[in-house]
Design a protein around this ligand. Structure first.
Ligand code: CAA
Length: 260
């Protein structure tokens, strides 16, 4: 597959995608989002791929958000279509049943920050920064930022970022539990590899069930969420992964999971 806006590479169980518009700070345009959906098709269909890693090309940006130049002239209806494409794409990423890591290697602003929030985990380089500047543009975050950020960091900090539009450092994002880990630029790749290896060694069946329990459960009452957890766990119990996991424990060896 030839991509114009992405660099896509498969390495073992990991599919890596690089947002490749460095001259525009890797801003999200229609073409990039459409291509990203093709990557999600591959991610979803190929059982050998267990993890998606997303980063930005170049030294400066993970992603500076929606392409402002493409948005300037849009009518309300065109804007609705553009926003809904991004929302559907990010929701698909979040609920696809396999984990994703945003490797935030520079600025993550607006839709770029929102893309990282739709990923399962965020690893930031120490030079990364995060912000939702839409309030300075007369818009609001339209790719889920008003919903995902408060769920991750809490309402108080989310409103601070949403209402001021200010940028925070990777270290502050870590303190606010927005990112999982901060790494120096020269150890970033090693850090990503370590997280990837750990996750890819685990049971894909467990991971799928955990992701559904956390996502769907967060919208339910505690009683209903616990019932969901029981049902998903019971479903996992009928998998080859569970048989392999238990057998490996009893035989004192490492399990080899197939995701079935
Ligand atoms: N869309 C389109 N082009 C962008 C862009 C964006 N979001 N962000 C940066 N660029 C372009 C710049 O226009 C510039 O292009 P030219 O060379 O053709 O002029 C190029 O990238 C380099 O940018 P700068 O010269 O500004 O570089 P800098 O290092 O001084 O600043 C920056 C970098 C802090 C990222 C700054 O460019 C910036 O603030 N960008 C806008 C960020 C923003 O407001 N994002 C929100 C977008 S709206 C959104 O995302 C809505 C939503 O929720 C869906």
């Amino acid at each position: 597959m030839n991509y114009s806006y992405l660099i896509v590479q498969e390495e073992g169980s990991v599919l890596s995608v690089v947002l490749n518009r460095p001259k525009a700070m890797n801003a999200l345009n229609n073409g990039l989002l459409s291509e990203f959906n093709l990557v999600l098709d591959q991610f979803e269909r190929d059982p050998g791929i267990r993890l998606l890693v997303i980063t930005g090309e170049g030294e400066k940006a993970f992603c500076a958000g929606a392409d402002i130049k493409e948005l300037v002239e849009l009518s309300a209806l065109e804007m609705k279509a553009f926003l809904s494409l991004g929302q559907r794409t990010f929701r698909r990423l979040e609920t696809i049943g396999k984990p994703s890591i945003a490797v935030v290697n520079g600025v993550a602003l607006g839709g770029g920050f929102e893309l990282s929030l739709a990923c399962s985990l965020r690893i930031a380089s120490e030079t990364a920064s995060f912000g939702l500047p839409e309030v300075r543009l007369g818009m609001i975050p339209g790719y889920g930022g008003t919903q995902r950020l408060p769920r991750i960091t809490g309402k108080g900090k989310a409103l601070e970022l949403l209402l001021t539009g200010k940028r925070i450092s990777a270290e502050e994002a870590y303190q606010e539990r927005i990112v999982n880990v901060v790494a120096a630029r020269d150890t970033l790749q090693t850090e990503v590899e370590q997280w990837s290896e750990t996750i890819c060694r685990n049971s894909p069946v467990s991971i799928r069930m955990i992701m559904e329990a956390v996502d769907v459960g967060s919208h339910l009452s505690m009683d209903n969420a616990l019932a969901l957890e029981t049902n998903l766990d019971a479903l996992a119990a009928d998998s080859n992964d569970k048989r392999e996991g238990f057998a490996a424990f009893l035989e004192k060896r490492n399990p080899i999971f197939e995701g079935k």
